[in-house]
Design a protein around this ligand. Structure first.
Ligand code: PMP
Length: 436
């Protein structure tokens, strides 16, 4: 059934004005709705699983600020803690007990790291982890995988060139070629390429960095065996294994992907959920590795707002909720039921759609492939389907991130009623995608 397009009058006005202030009218590119229909929606408020835009349109939100809001918007425990902390001021640039409190909460419930350092974004966490790995190993090269995103730090804004093992090519203007030359890029799920890289750059690779649950270019679920292979190869070659858990950390379990797969990385980076919606990132490792960081060690890293009390308060309140018994099981079973019902509908109708899911993360792939483990296995043409799907869902009150390469998230605030309504909206939207 066709429905009317939502009104975007106010959002469009705000967007026009924003374009006079910000490049492309936004402060982060994907928000500009470049690969979907219409102008970006300017969001006015969020509560639980719902958001409202400037025109008063209401949506059930599956973007969740790109992952941090595992409890939904404006969760009372987080809001109350932030408000309480703010009574005493917002930043001191000096240690506070709140940093200890958040660190203790994390370290006593996560056996994969012994010490942690708080920063203010995922990008900063990754940048610092790379520096730590280089400082610790006294090597310069790093290896990343095509299709994993690690923030906008120079060394990682690099894509694969042609060939099995390549030095990266910069994927942004302004990244010196000499920086990209320190980054080796290979495909995910390719053991041969990894071994060849180790052979070709013997004793030169400081770290391998991977999103153990790659969720920035579709959801490219890896096999346990591949992740274990990385661990073993790193150990044999004196290379550090960095798990970038900015999305997966505290999302697929309190111990993230390291806990899920039972694999001990050398360094782990976090962001998003750890800050409860405030700007926070973190990196952690064994005490021996972390003690290479300034002021005890030679690897310099600092931040005016690092460990900011308001952000720490938000993190403490959010992570406390996650530690309640059954939290993750409930979130996962809710997501599995949701995904299965859609997958069943798709099967009944004979549509070629596969929904990849892990825990409360899901991704709609408009293809018939059973597994997609590498970036180059995604059919770019399938994004045309997503574009229609996205518009139809917005028109039916469901908000997904504005790109077919982005995953969706379910939060504890999504009710059965929300998911029921969303399923119906999805069924109708899929009918339009496939029958129009
Ligand atoms: N690493 C991963 C895995 C991410 O998903 C992101 C952000 N989506 C980052 C790093 C960068 O984090 P931020 O946007 O907070 O700088």
């Amino acid at each position: 059934m066709q429905v009317k397009d939502i009104s975007r009058t106010k959002s469009a006005e705000l967007y026009e004005k924003a374009k006079t202030f910000f490049p492309g009218g936004v402060n982060s590119p994907v928000r500009a709705f470049k690969s979907v229909y219409g102008t970006p929606l300017f969001i006015q408020k969020g509560n639980g699983s719902h958001i409202w835009d400037a025109d008063g349109n209401e949506f059930i939100d599956f973007c969740g600020s790109w992952g941090p809001l595992i409890l939904g918007h404006n969760h009372p425990a987080v809001r109350e803690k932030v408000t309480e902390v703010m009574q005493n001021g917002m930043s001191f640039g000096a240690p506070t007990a709140l940093e200890n409190e958040l660190a203790e909460l994390i370290l006593t419930n996560n056996k994969f790291i012994e010490k942690i350092r708080f920063v203010s974004s995922g990008t900063e966490a990754v940048m610092s982890a790379i520096r730590l790995a280089r400082g610790y190993t006294k090597r310069d090269k790093i290896l990343k995988f095509e299709g994993c995103y690690h923030g906008h730090t120079d060394a990682l804004l690099v894509k694969a060139g042609s060939g099995l093992i390549t030095f990266g090519e910069t994927s942004s203007a302004g990244v010196p070629k000499s920086f990209a030359d320190e980054t080796i890029v290979i495909a995910l799920n390719d053991k041969d390429a990894l071994q060849k890289a180790f052979a070709e750059f013997k004793d030169q690779i400081a770290a391998i960095i991977i999103e153990p649950i790659p969720a920035n270019n579709g959801l490219l679920l890896q096999e346990q065996d591949f992740l274990q292979f990385l661990r073993d190869q790193c150990s044999q070659n004196g290379t550090m294994l960095i798990f970038d858990e900015v999305i997966s950390g505290f999302r697929v379990g309190f111990e993230g992907a390291a806990g899920l797969y039972g694999i001990q990385p050398d360094i782990i980076t976090y962001g998003k959920i750890i800050g409860g919606g405030m700007p926070v990132g973190a990196y952690g490792a064994s005490a021996a590795i972390m003690d290479n960081i300034s002021p005890v060690g030679p690897v310099y890293q600092a931040g005016t707002l690092s460990g900011n009390p308001v952000a720490m308060g938000a993190g403490i309140a959010q992570l406390t909720e996650l530690l309640k018994p059954g939290f993750y099981q409930e979130l996962e079973s809710k997501t599995t039921a949701f995904v299965s019902a859609i997958q069943q509908y798709v099967a009944d109708k004979g549509y070629t759609l596969k929904i990849f899911q892990l825990g409360s993360i899901f991704w709609f792939a408009f293809t018939g492939q059973e597994h997609i483990r590498r970036a180059d296995e995604i059919d770019a043409a399938s994004m045309a389907y997503f574009k229609i799907f996205h518009r139809e869902l917005l028109n039916r009150g469901v908000y997904l991130g504005p790109s077919g390469y982005e995953v969706g998230f379910i939060s504890s605030a999504h009710t059965m009623d929300d998911l029921e309504k969303t399923k119906l909206a999805i069924f109708d939207s899929l009918d339009i995608v496939y029958l129009s």
